[in-house]
Design a protein around this ligand. Structure first.
Ligand code: APR
Length: 250
């Protein structure tokens, strides 16, 4: 199928519904200069996730884990949202029931203007106490060394979901409700390999949603989708938005 035809099909889906959900992964931030995880040059080709993104890793070497996250925070702070992020923020103002669920921890959706973003895996720009879970703003945290909790003196850690940890209950339940009720569901920039997030597009499909994947590569979700757009999201999403506005006469 050619890309223009696919985009027209997606726009027609959008024109005939007011209930849309979008699940994003690291790919949507790739054009902002933030590495993905599983691409050939991704983070997991350079770093060991079990050593740096797990409770055991933090317990055995908190300084190493902390410094790796501060390295990533620095990259995020020096990055800006790209046209893909901005297109989703604009869609939120155009479609009545538009929900954005992300696996990303970089906060770029919020910086692009998206509201009520469901962060399934937490946020790298937020910290919490390893023991009592109380949130600590970045003002309290000294970035070059681990700080201690001002409430219980426990060690401060990034407020992200590590391998082996459960996702925040409210966020995953909300994401499942969105998946069950959406009429159009996008999977954007994710390899669809990490559960339970990877289940969400399939839940949407099972509940009758039109399923669209935006990814320059195929994934294990690709064979289930109604429309596959083999483009970078920073190109595809603004194209869809422009066609949608044109057909809506906006
Ligand atoms: N536009 C769209 N998709 C892109 C782009 C782009 N510009 N660049 C890369 N991609 C795609 C890749 O083809 C790949 O399928 O983005 C996907 C990124 O996959 P992963 O690196 O596996 O990232 P993600 O799916 O978000 O990982 C899920 O795994 O390690 C954990 O917690 C981490 O949230 C992360 C989770």
């Amino acid at each position: 199928m050619d890309i223009d035809k696919n985009i027209d099909t997606v726009v027609d889906y959008l024109l005939n519904t007011d209930n849309v959900s979008v699940l994003t992964g690291a790919g949507i931030s790739a054009e902002s200069g933030i590495s993905t995880f599983r691409d050939p040059d991704g983070l997991w080709s350079k770093f060991n996730p079990q050593e740096l993104a797990s409770i055991d890793g933090f317990m055995s070497n908190p300084e190493l884990v902390w410094s790796w996250y501060q390295y990533r925070v620095n990259i995020v702070n020096n990055s800006i949202p790209n046209p893909g992020h901005y297109a989703l923020a604009e869609f939120q103002n155009l479609i009545k029931n538009f929900s954005l669920i992300t696996q990303n921890v970089d906060g770029l959706h919020q910086r692009a203007g998206s509201k009520n973003v469901v962060e399934l895996h937490g946020s790298i720009v937020r910290n919490k106490c390893f023991d009592c879970n109380k949130i600590h703003t970045s003002k309290i945290v000294e970035h070059n060394k681990i700080s201690n909790c001002i409430y219980c003196n426990g060690k401060i850690r990034p407020d992200v979901v590590w391998f082996g940890e459960i996702l925040p209950r409210h966020e995953i339940e909300l994401a499942q409700i969105y998946a069950e009720n959406s009429k159009v569901y996008f999977s954007v920039g994710t390899s669809a390999e990490v559960y339970p997030a990877a289940d969400l597009p399939l839940i949407a499909k099972r509940n009758g949603a039109k399923l669209i994947e935006i990814n320059p590569n195929d994934t294990q979700l690709t064979s289930f989708v109604d429309v596959k757009i083999n483009l970078n999201s920073g190109i595809a999403l603004p194209l869809i938005l422009e066609k949608y506005k044109e057909k809506k006469g906006i």
